[in-house]
Write a protein that binds this ligand. Sequence first.
Ligand code: SF4
Ligand code: SF4
Length: 472
Amino acid sequence: MGDIKTKASYDELYSDSQHYHVNTGAETIHAKRIPGFFRNIKWFTMSLWSLFFLSPYLQWNHHQAILFDIPARKFYLFGATIWPQDVWMLSLVLILLAMTLFGVTAVAGRVFCGYFCFQTVWTDVFTWIEDKVEGNAMQRRKLDRAAWSVEKLQKKVIKHSAWLLIAVLTGVTFTAYFTEASQLWYDVFHLSAPLIAWIVIGMFIAGTYVFAGFMREQVCFWLCPYARIQSVMIDKDTIIPTYDLERGEPRGKVSGASVNATTGDCIDCKMCVGVCPTGVDIREGLSEGCITCGMCIDACDSIMVKVNKPIGLIRYASQKQMEGIVLPPLWKRPRVLVYSLIFLLALSGIVYGLSHISPVELTVVHERQPLFTRMSDGSIQNKYTIKAVNKMEQDLPMTLRIVVDDPAKVMLVEHDGKVVLKAEKLVPFAVFLRGAHDGTRLENQPVTFVLEGLGEYEGLVIRYDSVFVSPK
Ligand code: SF4
Ligand code: SF4
C-alpha cells in the first residue's frame, strides 16, 4: 500500500486552493456515460421532473389543479384557492424549501445539484441526446474537431432540433402554470397567444437551449447563487463523494494483467475524471465544481471490480469518517438542528394556515372623513365600507349583524342585514351605524361586525372588530 495519509493530508486537500481547478468555459466537457448504482438513482430522481410536464393538465373541480392566475390574483392548488390575503403561506413554503435544501446540504452536500436541480437534469438529458446522436465522448470530441461534412451537419441538425424541441416543451409547460394549458397550446399553434405568453415562452426556450446545451456546468460555476453559498452549509461531518487517499495513493498504472503491488489502489486510469460532468478530479479533494452526483463513484467501482480490488475507493463519506472518526448522530449536529427547527416551524405555519383558510375574508373600513356625522335629530352616524371576499366558487348568502355592549344605543340602519357575496369576488358595500339620540352622552364603543352563512352555509361565522366613534 502507499503512504499512510494523516489527518493533515485530508486537511491539506480540503483547504489547499492550489488543487482547485474548474473548466472556465474554454473547453466543452464531453463526459463519458457509464451505468451504475448512482446513475440509476439519478435516472430515478430525474424522472420525477416528468411531473413538471404533466401537472398543468390535471383538472380539479372543473379547473386546472395547479394554476397561478396572476390577472385574477389567485393561486389554485388542487382543492385550495390561495388569495393575496393568504400569500404569507407561500412565503412559508419558500422558507420550508430553503430549509430542506440547507438541511440536505449540511447532511449530504450538493445532492440537490447532482440529482434534482433543473440545470443539471436538463443538461444531463441534453448530453444524453448528444451521446445518442453524435456518439460517445471520444467520438464527440473527434466530430467537433472534424471539418464540416454532410454527416457532421446531419448530426448537428438532429441534435439541435431535439434540444430545441425540449426547450419549446419546457417553455410552454412553464407558461401553462399561469394560464389555461390546453388554450395555451391552441394559441401557440395558431400564433394567437398574448404577447406576455410569447415573451415568457421565448425566455424559457432561449434559457433552456443556451444553459443546458452550451453553458452546462458553467451555469453552476458562475451563475448559481446556491453554489456560492453551499460551502457555509457543509462541515467535516457532511457526506460527499470522497477519494480514499490512504487506499489510493501512491497511484500506479496497471502493468499487464496485474496491479503494481507497491502502489495504492488507484491505477490512475482517470475514469473518474472522464465521467465527471463538471470535469473535476475528485482525487484532488473537495472542489467547488463538484455537484455530488456520484458518477465518479460508479466509474471507480467499475474499475475496482475489473482490477479485483474492493469497491469504494471513491465513496460517499465525510472528512471525519475518512479520518476514522465516527459521525455524530444527526440530532447532535447544531446546524442540522437549527435547519430542522426552522423547517418544522414553517411546516406548522403552513398546516395551520391551510386548516384555517376562511372561505370569506372580511375587512371593515371605518370612514375617516368625516369620522361621524351629527344627524338632524341629534343622533350620531358612522359610515363603514364592508369588504368581504368570497373565495368560493359559488355565491354565498349571508346575514350581517353587529354586536355592541348596548344594542339599544348603536344599531345598523338603512340595511336589511341580507347579503349575497358573489362567487370569487370582492364587491364592497357601505353600511351605517347610528347612535342613540335620547340625549345620552355616547363614548367610543367597540363594535363587532358579524357575517353568518345561510342555508347550506349555516355555521359559517366571520367577525371583524371595529369601533363606533362619537363626539367627546
Ligand atoms: S477511477 Fe478510481 S482508479 Fe481510476 S483514476 Fe479514478 S480513483 Fe483512480
Ligand atoms: S467529482 Fe464525482 S461527484 Fe463530483 S461532480 Fe464529478 S463525478 Fe460528480
